[in-house]
Design a protein around this ligand. Structure first.
Ligand SMILES: CC(C)(COP(=O)(O)OP(=O)(O)OC[C@H]1O[C@@H](n2cnc3c(N)ncnc32)[C@H](O)[C@@H]1OP(=O)(O)O)[C@@H](O)C(=O)NCCC(=O)NCCS
Length: 157
């Protein structure tokens, strides 16, 4: 059975191992040589709510909600990633559901994200949950020597 739990630092190493795989950092604006300590810092920093997806105690994926501040305190953004060996099994959906619920509990009314335009799995996941495309930043993201468009998406809660 797969369960979603709140993040704890004991999962930092597993999260980092999934995070630095090509299929995650290649699709996100994440640096590829992240250490477990840096991953832990990102997942525990003030203004974040973080989750892991677990099968028994094995980490299958993770999600991090970052709350906005000041004039953007009604907004939050998030990132989700799933181990490439267990994709298309509903883990990303479970994490996103938890993130949406956590955002509602924090009185967030606008949940947003940005994604590489060629990241079809992620865009498919977000559209399934009712996120709408709001914009396209042309040649905004780098991957290696190539420049990619970034899709901006949001959902009102
Ligand atoms: C995006 C990601 C988190 C999806 O995780 P997942 O566990 O495979 O997602 P799910 O199994 O819950 O799929 C949910 C929906 O996403 C979409 N989807 C998932 N994989 C897809 C694929 N390969 N192609 C097209 N749509 C896909 C579908 O709409 C799917 O619904 P369906 O099963 O009813 O068809 C995963 O592919 C991933 O970790 N990618 C690398 C990291 C990343 O890109 N994160 C997002 C950064 S913005």
């Amino acid at each position: 059975m797969i369960t979603i739990k709140e993040y704890s630092s004991k999962y930092a190493k597993s999260i980092r191992d999934i995070w630095v795989s090509r299929s995650v950092w290649g699709n996100t604006a994440i640096k590829k040589d992240l250490t477990p300590e840096e991953a832990n810092k990102k997942f525990t920093m003030e203004g974040t709510v973080s989750f892991v997806a677990l099968k028994k105690e094995k980490v299958l994926g993770a999600g991090r909600l970052s709350l906005g501040r000041g004039s953007r305190s009604h907004c939050a953004e998030f990132v989700i990633f799933v181990d490439e060996n267990v994709r298309k099994l509903g883990v990303g959906s479970m994490l996103l559901e938890e993130i949406i619920n956590a955002a509602k509990k924090k009185n967030i009314s606008r949940l947003e994200l940005s994604v590489f335009e060629d990241n079809k799995p992620a865009i498919g996941l977000y559209e399934k949950f009712g996120f709408a495309r709001e914009g396209l930043r042309m040649r905004f993201l780098q991957r290696g020597n190539e420049l990619f468009n970034e899709v901006l998406m949001a959902k009102f809660l």
